[in-house]
Design a protein. Structure first.
Length: 367
């Protein structure tokens, strides 16, 4: 069992506050990803869990035990860094074995643990190599192996793939997902890359300016973002946002005017009233080209990416807009096309960036 609980965590560096009243529970064997833009506090929060930083206020509990004042070595954690931190003069075997030698583990047990980790990470035939003879992905696996042999309660990963090229990052995402399945351990992973978060996490924690914006499964955050920030950060390409020129509320239905068209969204109106400032969020992949009517789009850039075509341009009063269409779409820069938007897949956000909750009886009208 390896649960992690953060209670009222705040952190300041001098006069600068970087984390504000963070409360979070991580269940046993979960793969949890902290994601957010640079400077949001995700690495600081990971370092507080590890004991490398001390919280200004609040408590860290691992398996129900308060470890807020315990040094890293007594917390039952192991951390994998972005920089690998391997000893260049030692072999792969000795790099993986290093924490065991420090702990004075007997040679037989040491070899068993190193070989087991090497087998899990497919490094058995590289144990005699030096780090300089390995690829970036192999070096990262050695760093992970050094963590595995310690049998930690919780694995911590601080942007471990950011030094790798795109192809290697894709391969290592798969490797880390397999590793989680094999070890069946609690893992906390920090990244600024929402694709890594979406593909690997059981649960995503979205941070922004030192606060938690939303916690949930990848698909929960994708389909039901609670704020405009989460909606724009999760999903690729980013969600489009269009300012409604007029809004009306009638019997739980929001009618938002977009140029010469409108969308009708079934919502729980709450305090929302006619004329309120509302932005409509539309994911690029939820758009199709219409033969007539719809929202006109002036196409500036066309990106062919295999199975799809990504269009960048402008709609309405020159608002930036992106659409993802099938690869057989014949569209070129300079074209004007008309787009059909499915109201049932639209999101609405008020002037403070909070999402208006959609009702279960969602209207299915297209514009």
């Amino acid at each position: 069992m390896a649960t992690v609980k953060l209670e009222n965590i705040s952190k300041s560096f001098g006069e600068t506050e970087v984390l504000f009243d963070i409360n979070l529970e991580i269940n046993d064997k979960e793969f949890v990803v902290f994601v957010g833009p640079s400077g949001c506090g995700k690495t600081t929060l990971l370092r507080i869990i590890s004991g490398l930083e001390e919280a200004t206020v609040g408590s860290v509990l691992i398996d129900g035990n308060d470890v807020s004042n315990a040094p890293p070595v007594e917390r039952g954690i192991s951390m994998v860094f972005q920089s690998y931190a391997l000893y260049p003069h030692l072999s792969v075997f000795e790099n993986i074995a290093f924490p065991l030698r420090v702990a004075k583990v007997n040679e037989k047990e040491l070899e068993e643990k190193v070989f087991k980790a090497a087998d899990i990470l497919q490094l058995r035939d590289r144990l005699d190599f030096k780090p300089g003879q390995l690829s970036g992905g192999q070096r990262q696996r050695v760093a992970i192996g050094r963590s595995i042999v310690r049998d930690p309660k919780v694995f911590l990963f601080d942007e471990p793939l950011s030094n790798l090229d795109a192809a290697l990052r894709g391969d290592m995402r798969v490797e880390l997902a397999k590793l989680h399945q094999n070890l069946n351990s609690t893992m906390i992973y920090v990244t600024h890359d929402q694709i890594e978060a979406m593909t690997m996490a059981d649960k995503i924690v979205v941070l922004h300016d030192g606060i938690i914006e939303q916690v949930g499964s990848p698909m929960e955050l994708y389909h039901n973002p609670k704020t405009k920030f989460v909606a724009g950060f999760i999903g690729h390409p980013n969600m489009n946002f269009l300012q409604a020129s007029d809004t009306k509320i009638n019997k739980g239905k929001l009618t938002a005017t977009l140029g010469d068209s409108s969308v009708n969204i079934a919502i729980e109106a709450g305090d929302t009233k006619d004329g309120d400032s509302i932005e409509i969020g539309i994911r690029p992949e939820d758009i199709v080209v219409s033969n007539k009517g719809g929202v006109p789009m002036n196409v500036d850039v066309v990106e062919h990416v295999g199975a799809t075509v990504i269009l960048y341009g402008s709609v309405l009063d020159n608002s930036n807009f992106c659409a993802v269409l099938p690869s057989d779409s014949i569209i070129k820069p300079g074209d004007e096309i008309h787009l059909t938007i499915d109201s049932s897949k639209c999101h609405a956000f008020n002037s403070t960036g909070q999402a208006l909750k959609r009702s279960t009886s969602q209207a299915l009208k297209r514009i």
